[in-house]
Ligand binder design. Structure first.
Ligand SMILES: O=C(O)C1=C[C@@H](OP(=O)(O)O)[C@@H](O)[C@H](O)C1
Ligand SMILES: C=C(OP(=O)(O)O)C(=O)O
Length: 424
């Protein structure tokens, strides 16, 4: 049996833990394991507001006097490669009494920001984007007001930006999502004592006069990082894999359901942990035979980050798999729809994009080749998983980008390489 117990700290939860620990006055220790570059981007941005943040081996210490005591950043806030950092900060900055510029790297500077700016402007924010609706965003904080808003895309980042704007701005908000998305921000809001209610795809938030956040917070392992090994173990021959200390928030585990529907043998088990708000536990995987399925449009938002690795799984499954309405993949760190299509073709898997749907026919024979990752961590990890499943030569052009979300990926790859890895 192969066992992994130190997956990187969940990226989505780490961003939010840092945000709430910075916004609310106090000294807090955030316990985790490895922190990726995106999380370091959020740290860099909050330091610019005068928050003292120090990163140690497996913990981050945040000392803040609260957002009321923030100082105006002297330079642009650089969100690096992290869409979550940029978008959640846009919401926060909309309500702070400063002029703030948010910028990002070449990839982030091409991603759509109008979806966030437009509802914030409806709340009263003053935001200027580049002509094509991207970063840099120049935000002049304002007194905000309440809105009742229907999101045009199912995006947890967009929902969170609006909830955080309402939180810092001290106004209520109602947000309707087209489909359920991860609920970490809502869980944090509820933990700190905000009045927040969720029924189906509608969320109501009402501010409170005072908030409290515990002095210690444990961040679970990243369920999205776990997905690479879950798929690998499902496809490899005779493997039993246990991933421990993983976040088991149901809004992040739909990919497990998809794999189970494809025939995977996966069992999740919750355990008690120091984290009272986010579920934590283990994922046990045994190799099995996968078959193709159709993944409906409504399920896509919940598996958005796992679609590339699920698409790879489909390339090894019997028959055809179809992922419907995956257009959001075009506006991630790379155009993931094109990147995964190219990767699959390179290894011998027939697939095509029909409108916004991705059709994949499982192959019987696979081969190596030159893989372009487009500097996208998730595409690079898919390429590495393909390379350990297929006994052939691979030339993967950039794997350094993996550190964006999974700095200890290659340690785990080495651990996996010591076990069985021949596909059936
Ligand atoms: O809120 C979050 O932490 C995230 C939301 C998702 O983005 P969208 O909200 O753009 O779908 C996801 O792709 C990203 O990795 C993390
Ligand atoms: C899309 C991702 O992150 P972000 O939007 O924060 O850059 C991701 O990690 O796959």
């Amino acid at each position: 049996m192969i066992r992994i117990t130190d997956l990187p700290s969940d990226k989505s939860i780490s961003h939010r833990a840092l945000i709430f620990a910075s916004l609310l006055p106090g000294r807090r220790v955030l316990h985790g394991s490895h922190f990726g570059e995106d999380v370091l981007s959020t740290i860099r941005c909050f330091k610019a507001f005068g928050v003292a943040i120090t990163v140690h081996d497996t913990e981050i210490i945040v000392e803040s006097r609260g957002w009321q005591q923030f100082v105006e950043p002297r330079e642009a806030l650089d969100a690096g490669n992290s869409g979550t950092t940029a978008r959640l900060l846009m919401g926060i900055c909309a309500a702070l009494p400063f002029k703030v510029t948010i910028s990002g790297d070449a990839s982030l500077s091409k991603r759509p920001m109008r979806r966030v700016a437009e509802p914030l402007i409806l709340m009263g924010a003053d935001i200027t984007l580049s002509n094509d609706g991207c970063l840099p965003a120049v935000i002049l904080g304002q007194k905000l007001h309440s809105i009742d808003y229907k999101l045009p895309v199912a995006s947890a980042q967009l929902k969170s930006a609006l909830l955080l704007a309402a939180f810092v701005g001290g106004v209520s908000i109602i947000v309707h999502e087209p489909a359920r998305t991860r609920n970490h921000t809502e869980l944090f809001l509820s933990t700190v004592g905000a009045e927040i209610e969720q029924v189906g795809i509608t969320t109501w938030f009402n501010p409170q006069a005072e908030y409290q956040f515990a002095n210690e917070y444990s961040i679970p392992g990243d369920a999205s990082s776990a997905a690479y090994w879950v798929v690998w173990a499902s496809l490899a021959d005779g493997v039993i894999l246990e991933l421990d200390n993983v976040g088991l928030n149901p809004s992040r585990l739909s990919y497990v359901q998809v794999l189970k529907e494809m025939g995977a043998d996966i069992v999740t088990a919750s355990k008690n942990s120091a984290n009272k708000t986010e579920r934590i536990g283990s994922i046990m995987v045994r190799s099995s035979k996968l078959h193709g399925i159709t993944v409906s449009a409504e399920s896509i938002a919940d598996i958005i980050d796992e679609i590339p690795i699920l698409a790879l799984a489909a390339g090894f499954a019997d028959g055809e798999t179809c992922f419907n309405a995956v257009e959001e993949l075009r506006v991630k760190e790379s155009n993931r729809l094109e990147a995964i299509t190219e990767l699959l073709k390179t290894i011998g898997v027939t697939n095509n994009i029909d409108g916004n749907d991705l059709h994949i026919t499982g192959a019987k024979v696979w081969h190596g080749g030159i893989i372009h990752t487009y500097h996208d961590h998730r595409i690079a990890m898919c390429a590495e998983i393909a390379a350990i499943l297929i006994d052939a030569d691979f030339d993967i052009d950039d794997v350094n980008c993996i550190a964006v979300s999974y700095p200890n990926f290659f340690e785990h790859l080495r651990q996996i390489n010591e076990g069985s890895r021949v596909i059936k």
